[in-house]
Design a protein around this ligand. Structure first.
Ligand code: NAI
Length: 328
């Protein structure tokens, strides 16, 4: 299919070109993010290929449909950035990559937790500056602590298993129980029962109207003082303003985020030569007990290979049959 790849980075080009070995698909790589201003760049293409922060709202879908675009291929699992109803109304197929190394994301969540707890982000800079002072770097043993995993799908289940192996007591919050986790000793609880007992909370559920601001002033007030909160899910699972207040009051003892509510204006680009106008994000960077990364949990070689090959297979399937097993 003739496909324009939006928000394209050097690594997208490398992996998609490798997966497109025989050149079955004509790929055009554009660094521009897809939004209302850039949708017209899809003129002449059968499909657009987009990532997590491309905006595919009703207006963009209408523009794409008017240009004759037939498919939206997400090179990610989440599709909260696509107006599915409008896409269906306008006859655009939407396909995604439902799973690409859930290990990559689960392992990254563990990395964030370990680093945050032992303040590796602070220690790294101190040692480079010749400061070997330990004050402010104290963590706690993870063994025996209580971890709540919100969402035990593909990623959350792996994270839960790792935490179980470390010797943590693991609670899970999910309407769908994973029998293998239960056999290990993981206990499913309603969120409000798990919150007051948790030393660590890690978010692995999708962003939906129901989960938007799941972590808010009210749920934060139920948490154990000093809790470590990890979010590799989607930024808007957390009400960032409420979390900043909880950091200031000490309810949250440490926060690690790979995703951020307003990340679409920041992430995946170099802003180091500019003033960042987002005061909420910049406030987060001032806390010694906050560790921020720019949506990199998925970013392993294995995941990139999988994303590229499944994305192109989805396009091939759409071309051949008009449908795909990975249709949304
Ligand atoms: P999945 O679909 O396998 O699992 C999601 C689980 O969340 C399901 O078991 C579902 O029942 C549960 N869930 C839904 N609503 C819930 C609620 N209100 N409370 C508790 N659980 C709830 O998805 P997967 O592959 O495990 O991914 C999870 C999320 O991780 C994705 O939706 C995506 O937003 C995020 N993600 C982040 C990446 C990153 O690089 N930071 C990369 C890939 C995914």
């Amino acid at each position: 299919m003739k496909t324009v790849v939006f928000s394209s980075k050097s690594y997208d080009e490398e992996f998609l070109n490798a997966a497109n070995g025989k050149g079955d698909h004509k790929l055009k790589f554009l660094p521009a993010r897809l939004d209302e201003a850039t949708a017209s760049l899809a003129k002449g293409y059968d499909a657009v290929c987009v990532f997590v922060n491309d905006l595919v709202n009703a207006t963009v879908v209408d523009t794409l449909a008017d240009l004759g675009v037939k498919a939206i291929a997400l090179r990610c699992a989440g599709y909260n950035n696509v107006d599915l109803v409008r896409a269906k109304e306008r006859g655009l197929a939407v396909v995604r990559v439902p799973a690409y190394s859930p290990h990559a994301v689960a392992e990254f969540a563990v990395t964030l937790l370990f680093s945050l707890n032992r303040r590796i982000h602070k220690a790294y800079n101190r040692v480079r500056e010749g400061n070997f002072e330990l004050a402010g770097l104290m963590g706690f043993d993870l063994v025996g602590k209580t971890v709540t995993v919100v969402g035990t799908g593909k990623i959350g289940a792996i994270f839960a298993r790792i935490m179980h192996c470390i010797g943590c007591r693991v609670f899970a919050v999910d309407a769908y129980r994973n029998a293998e986790l239960e056999a290990l000793g993981v206990t499913y609880l309603p969120l409000q029962e798990a919150l007051p007992q948790s030393d660590i909370i890690s978010l692995h559920c999708p962003l939906t109207p129901e989960t938007r601001h799941l972590v808010n002033e009210q749920s934060l007030s139920q948490m154990k003082r000093g809790v470590l909160l990890i979010n590799t899910g989607r930024g808007a699972l957390i009400d960032t303003a409420a979390v900043i207040a909880a950091l200031k009051s000490g309810i949250i003892g440490g926060l690690a985020l790979d995703v951020y509510e307003e990340e679409d204006k920041l992430f995946f680009s170099d802003h180091s030569h500019h003033i960042i106008p987002d005061d909420v994000f910049m406030r987060l960077t001032t806390f010694p007990n906050v560790l921020l990364t720019g949506h990199q949990a998925f970013f392993t070689r294995e995941a990139m290979e999988q994303i590229a090959s499944v994305t192109l297979q989805n396009l091939s399937d759409l071309q051949a049959t008009g449908t795909s097993a990975n249709s949304v």
